[in-house]
Design a protein around this ligand. Structure first.
Ligand code: FAD
Length: 545
């Protein structure tokens, strides 16, 4: 077969696209697989291989940087949705933080789609298959030791990677009642070591970790739309794709969309799968009326704060001259991740539509906020990296606010319109205020906090926050400065747009395998979940489910 036809066409050579392609090929090398990726192969870019270089990649040519519409619920700010535009997608530009959600989060997913393959037990073999976990004494029922993605903790990465705030922070969190959790799988609650998938300080993009030799990869090429022909009983059947230069590529078996949370709904809509009335208004012929395409957008919205340290001479923050040891370049300057459950009395009355259901926030075994302290003013523009500033993040693990992705026009070259609608529900407001109070307590009221932290540095025009700040003051700050953790998902939701076999409802020969299929938020950084999703997708596709 030539490059104008294939058994499987994978649209988007990102994290899931490359993983899926590799696994399909490994299981059946006779399959002809083509990946079509809009971005370039960035293996020549030194910033794309190193932990600290990754900060230079957001806003670069490797980032789609999809702008949102002015967001009414966050002071009409425009949020930039970073997303990898390169072979490897997000796995080429992300920060490599690694975590699973709670088992209860996946069980909610499995229940929503009535398919236990997406419960924690259903996904566990694929979590294990994807990882090589650093601690060989870890529980083999939970961890894998032979997978393509190597996982390491801060302290295990290099004996010289020692941060001055490691012990004080552990004490501060445990002083306010947080328990040490040595292995945050199944239950993530507590304080645990920060895990990453840098391998000896080098990035492991999906295409490199899994290997895509034997697969045809077309880079720098955008897919405009899916081509349909009439199948059995007149059902539209995906038979190929049209590229931005007008070329057509034919699929003998399936077209698989892995273009990410913004790219996948855009392609579906441009191809006539979406709200019939909205498509008709843009002059796009309707193939299947699917109003849920592009809806259900969610992200881990977060509150970042900046802190000034008291003893900069003790080498507590990045920018101090002593931070030039190679060990400090092996990962992000961070030791701990803290996952907490917001008390029921704070959530009750704030919880919306999910109350009583399987995805209820109140269900046992769920955590609502993740707190981290980064020993650098990461993500806060205009602050010097001079060894005196650190940053904290409080992230909503299970947001109930939902946004949407729609089309700006029928032109594939126009970026889609993004309605973020962050922080628009009572439970999101309650959870982030609670999380901010916990961080204020750690930094300003514990004995290690008092010893090491001079105070919060308020953003320009904002009042400093303290434990005595009113809820309204904290909420006002969050609306003015909160931003996403770059974990957008949900816009081709399983159970609505795709079935639990990942097939697009209403047409044949078309599946979606990427972050857009998550029907509900998962309380962990998405990579681990998405590698497991792609691993399971390969099994489902080859077993012809
Ligand atoms: C800056 C940043 C930091 C992050 N940090 C972390 C982290 O520390 N930990 C973590 O777990 N997660 C992190 N993430 C999130 C994680 O990387 C993503 O959730 C993940 O990459 C999504 O995988 P995906 O396969 O769904 O999409 P992607 O990996 O984004 O892949 C989609 C691919 O499709 C391509 N594409 C889009 N449209 C088209 C089209 N029309 N034609 C052809 N190709 C197209 C894109 O160029 C892209 O390569 C981060 C993300 C970013 C952007």
């Amino acid at each position: 077969m030539s490059t104008t036809e294939a058994d499987y066409i994978i649209v988007g050579g990102g994290l899931t696209g490359c993983t899926l392609a590799a696994r399909l090929h490994q299981r059946n090398p006779s399959l002809i697989i083509i990946i079509i990726e809009a971005g370039r192969d960035a293996s020549d870019n030194p910033n794309a291989s190193s932990p600290l270089g990754s900060f230079a990649l957001t806003g670069s040519d490797l980032d789609w940087a999809y702008p949102s519409l002015p967001d009414a619920t966050t002071n009409n700010r425009v949020h930039i949705n970073n997303a990898g535009k390169a072979l490897g997608g997000g796995s080429t530009i992300n920060y490599a933080g690694w975590s699973r959600g709670n088992a209860a989060d996946y069980d909610a997913w499995g229940a929503v789609v009535d398919d236990s393959r997406w419960s924690y037990a259903g996904l566990l073999p694929f979590f294990k298959k994807s990882e090589t976990y650093f601690d060989k004494k870890a529980n083999p029922e939970q961890h894998g030791f032979e997978g393509p993605i190597h996982i390491i903790s801060t302290s295990a990465s290099d004996p010289d990677r020692q941060y001055g705030l490691r012990k004080p922070l552990l004490k501060a969190w445990t002083d306010i009642g947080v328990k040490f959790n040595p292995d945050p799988v199944g239950s993530t609650e507590g304080i645990s070591e920060y895990l990453e998938n840098w391998r000896d300080g080098q990035r492991q993009p999906a295409q490199k970790a899994y290997g895509i030799e034997g697969i045809t990869v077309i880079t720098n090429t955008r897919v405009n739309r899916i081509i349909f022909s009439k199948g059995k009983e007149e059902r539209p059947e995906a038979s190929g794709v049209q590229l931005d230069d007008g070329r057509l590529i034919k699929a003998h078996k399936e077209v698989i969309l892995s273009a990410g949370t913004f790219g996948t709904p855009q392609i579906l809509l441009l191809s006539g799968i979406g709200s019939a009335s909205a498509l008709s208004a843009l002059g796009i012929p309707v193939v299947h009326d699917a109003p849920e395409v592009g809806q259900n957008l969610f992200d881990h919205f977060a509150h970042f704060q900046l802190w000034k340290v008291r003893h900069p001479e003790e080498s507590l923050a990045m920018g101090n001259p002593s931070w030039n040891k190679p060990a400090y370049f092996k990962g992000m300057p961070c030791d701990w991740v803290v996952n907490e459950r917001v008390p029921s009395n704070v959530l009750e009355g704030a919880e919306e539509s999910t109350q009583g259901s399987d995805s209820s926030l109140l269900k046992a075994g769920r955590c609502h906020i993740e707190s981290t302290v980064i020993y650098a003013p990461a993500g806060i523009p205009g602050i010097p990296m001079d060894g005196t500033y650190i940053a904290s993040s409080i992230m909503l693990l299970l947001p109930t606010s939902r946004g949407a992705v729609t089309l700006a026009s029928a032109l594939p070259s126009d970026l889609p319109l993004i309605t973020s609608n962050y922080y628009s529900t009572k439970s999101d407001v309650a959870c982030l205020i609670y999380g901010t109070r916990r961080m204020l307590q750690v930094m300003l009221e514990t004995s290690p906090g008092k010893e090491y932290i001079e105070g919060e540095v308020a953003p320009p025009g904002q009042a400093e926050l303290s434990p005595s700040s009113l809820d309204e003051e904290i909420e006002k700050r969050i609306r003015a400065t909160g931003m996403s953790h770059k974990h957008a998902a949900g816009t081709a939701a399983m159970g609505k747009v795709v079935g639990s076999d990942l097939k697009v409802v209403g047409v044949g020969g078309l599946r979606v395998v990427d972050g857009s299929v998550l029907p509900v938020p998962i309380g962990g950084h998405p990579q681990a979940t998405l590698y497991a999703l792609a691993e399971q997708a390969a099994e489902i596709i080859l077993n012809k489910a």
